[in-house]
Design a protein around this ligand. Structure first.
Ligand SMILES: *[C@@H]1O[C@H](CO)[C@@H](O)[C@H](O)[C@H]1NC(C)=O
Ligand SMILES: *[C@@H]1O[C@H](CO)[C@@H](O)[C@H](O)[C@H]1NC(C)=O
Ligand SMILES: *[C@@H]1O[C@H](CO)[C@@H](O)[C@H](O)[C@H]1NC(C)=O
Ligand SMILES: *[C@@H]1O[C@H](CO)[C@@H](O)[C@H](O)[C@H]1NC(C)=O
Ligand SMILES: *[C@@H]1O[C@H](CO)[C@@H](O)[C@H](O)[C@H]1NC(C)=O
Ligand SMILES: *[C@@H]1O[C@H](CO)[C@@H](O)[C@H](O)[C@H]1NC(C)=O
Length: 424
C-alpha cells in the first residue's frame, strides 16, 4: 500500500478551530481514518506565485483580445487588470480564512487496486441520529469552494443539535486538496464514484445518503444512483441537452415551453461554438496540462473564461471569486489532474452518447437557464424518477456560487418530498 501522490503541500493537520464547534463532530465512529485539518498556504508557494505575477509582461493587443463581448475569449484588458489585482490586491489572509470557515477533514481510503488515497472534504455534521446525509459534488473548473456560501446559509437555518441534514462536500480525487489517482492506470468517473461511496460509508452513513451535483458532480451523482445501494436519491443542477429517443421532435412537442426553447438554443450554441476546450481536455490533456501548470496567466485565462461565459450576465462572479479558484488550482498544482473525466465524455469532435440506464430512485432537477446545457422536464423524466423539477429564471452553471439560496431550497424541497418521514 502506498500513497499515490505527495499529498498537496498546502494542508497541515491541526486541531479544529473552536468556532467550528460541534458541527465538526462526526455522528458515529467512522470506519476509516479521518482527521480534521486546517487549510494553509505555505509561504514558499505564495512567494513563487508572487514572483511569477511580478514578471508578467504586457500583452500585445490583437483584434481577438479586444472584442469586449468575449466572443474570442477573455480580453487583454480583463487579463491585465485581473493579473494586477492578483499581484497587488488579492487578500490571502481573507482567502485562507474563507477556506477554513467550515470544518475541513481528510480521510484515508484504499482503492480496489490497493492505492492509498487521502480525500479532503468540508463537513457540517448534525447530532441528530437520523439526519439525512447530503453529499455535494463539484465540477470543473470548480472545487469545494463552490459550496462555502451554501454552508454559511445552512448554519443560519439550523444548529448542529437540530439540523435534519449532514452536509459533506468532498474534493473529487485529483482535484485541489484530494490526492491524485495513481498514474499507473486510467481513472474515470466510475473510479471517483466508487471512492466517494467508500468515503460516505466509511464516515458511517451506511443507511444511505443523497448525492447532489452539477457538471462533473452530476455524473458522479448519476453513477452513484446506478451503482450504490446506499445512494437513496440524487439532485442534479445540470443535465446535458440530449433528446431521448422516446421524446417527440421539439417542433411537435406541445410540452416545450418558451424558456425550454431558449435553454435548448443556448445548449445548441454551446455545442457548436464553445466546447473546443472540452475536446482539447478530452483528447490532449497531457499537452494542455503542461501549458497551464506553472503558468498563472494561462490558468487564469483558461478557467476565468468559463467562469464568465457560463454565468448569468445579470450577476457575474467577481474577479476576486474567480481568483480564488485559479489560486487553488495553481497552488495545489492540480489543473493537469482535473481533466480525466473529459477523456470519457469529450474524446472526439462528435462524441457518441450512449443512453444511460434509467435511475429508479427519486431524482430532482433544478435548471438554471444560463448553464451551458439543460433539458425540458419531459426529457429529464426519461433519465430517472423525477420527483422534483424546477426551472429557474436566473442563474447559470455555478448554481451554488451564483444562487446558493435557490439551490439549497430546491435540495431541501426535493429531499422533503421524496422522504417526507425525514429519514430513509
Ligand atoms: C480597457 O479598460 C479601460 C478602463 O476600463 C477602458 O478605458 C478601455 O477602453 C479598455 N480598452 C479596451 C480595448 O477595451
Ligand atoms: C493517511 O496516510 C498517510 C500515510 O500513512 C498519513 O501520512 C496521513 O496522515 C493519513 N491521513 C489520515 C487522514 O489519516
Ligand atoms: C437548536 O435549534 C433548535 C430548533 O430551533 C432549538 O430548539 C435549540 O434550542 C437550539 N440549540 C442550541 C444549542 O442553540
Ligand atoms: C479504475 O477502475 C478500473 C475499473 O474497475 C480499474 O481497472 C482501474 O485500475 C481503476 N484505476 C485506478 C487508478 O485505480
Ligand atoms: C411532427 O409534426 C408534423 C406536422 O404536424 C408531422 O408531419 C410529423 O409527422 C410529426 N412528426 C412526428 C414524429 O410526430
Ligand atoms: C418515485 O419515487 C417516489 C418517491 O420515493 C415513489 O413514491 C414512487 O413510487 C417512485 N416511482 C417509481 C416509478 O419508481
Amino acid at each position: 500500500m502506498r500513497l499515490s501522490t505527495t499529498w498537496q503541500a498546502i494542508v497541515l493537520v491541526s486541531s479544529i478551530d473552536a468556532a467550528a464547534g460541534s458541527w465538526a463532530t462526526l455522528p458515529s465512529s467512522p470506519t476509516i481514518p479521518v482527521k480534521t485539518i486546517e487549510v494553509t498556504i505555505p509561504s514558499s508557494s505564495l512567494q513563487s506565485l508572487q514572483e511569477d505575477l511580478s514578471r508578467v509582461r504586457s500583452f500585445p493587443l490583437t483584434y481577438e483580445n479586444t472584442q469586449t463581448d468575449l466572443r474570442y475569449g477573455v480580453t487583454a484588458n480583463w487579463t491585465t487588470q485581473s493579473i494586477a489585482y492578483w499581484r497587488d490586491s488579492f487578500d490571502w489572509a481573507k482567502f485562507k480564512q474563507r477556506m477554513n470557515k467550515h470544518p475541513n477533514f481528510a480521510a484515508n481510503l484504499t482503492t480496489p487496486a490497493g492505492d492509498l488515497m487521502e480525500v479532503h472534504f468540508m463537513g457540517l455534521f448534525s447530532q441528530k441520529a437520523d439526519a439525512i446525509p447530503v453529499a455535494f459534488f463539484h465540477g470543473w473548473p470548480g472545487a469545494f469552494l463552490e459550496f462555502i456560501d451554501l454552508l454559511d446559509l445552512i448554519k443560519t437555518q439550523f444548529n448542529s443539535s437540530s439540523s435534519p441534514y449532514h452536509i459533506i462536500v468532498p474534493s473529487l480525487p485529483g482535484f485541489t486538496l484530494s490526492s491524485a489517482p495513481s498514474p499507473e492506470s486510467s481513472w474515470g468517473t466510475a473510479n471517483t464514484s466508487a471512492l466517494m461511496d467508500d468515503l460516505l460509508l466509511g464516515l458511517g452513513f451506511k443507511s444511505g445518503y443523497i448525492a447532489q451535483g452539477g457538471d462533473i458532480g452530476s455524473f458522479v451523482a448519476r453513477t452513484l444512483a446506478l451503482t450504490s445501494e446506499s445512494c437513496k436519491g440524487i439532485h442534479l443542477n445540470m443535465i446535458p441537452s440530449i433528446k431521448p429517443d422516446s421524446a417527440p421532435p421539439i417542433a411537435n412537442d406541445s410540452t416545450i415551453t418558451p424558456q425550454d426553447r431558449e435553454v435548448l438554443a443556448r445548449s445548441q450554441e454551446f455545442f457548436e461554438t464553445q466546447q473546443a476546450y472540452a475536446i482539447l481536455q478530452g483528447t490532449k490533456p497531457s499537452t494542455l496540462g503542461f501549458a497551464l501548470e506553472n503558468n498563472p496567466v494561462g490558468l487564469l485565462a483558461w478557467v476565468g473564461e468559463k467562469f464568465m461565459a457560463w454565468t448569468d450576465p445579470s450577476h457575474r462572479l467577481s474577479v476576486d471569486q474567480i481568483l480564488q479558484f485559479a489560486s487553488t488550482y495553481h497552488l495545489t498544482q492540480t489543473i493537469s489532474r482535473s481533466f480525466y473525466s473529459y477523456r470519457e465524455t469529450s474524446n472526439t469532435i462528435v462524441p457518441i452518447f450512449t443512453p444511460s440506464p434509467y435511475i429508479n430512485k427519486p431524482m430532482g432537477y433544478s435548471r438554471f437557464p444560463y448553464d451551458n446545457t439543460g433539458v425540458p422536464e419531459r426529457w429529464a423524466r426519461d433519465l430517472g424518477n423525477l420527483t422534483f423539477y424546477k426551472a429557474h429564471l436566473e442563474g447559470g452553471h455555478f448554481a451554488a456560487l451564483e444562487r446558493p439560496e435557490q439551490l439549497w431550497e430546491d435540495v431541501k424541497e426535493f429531499i422533503d418530498g421524496a422522504f417526507p418521514q425525514g429519514h430513509f
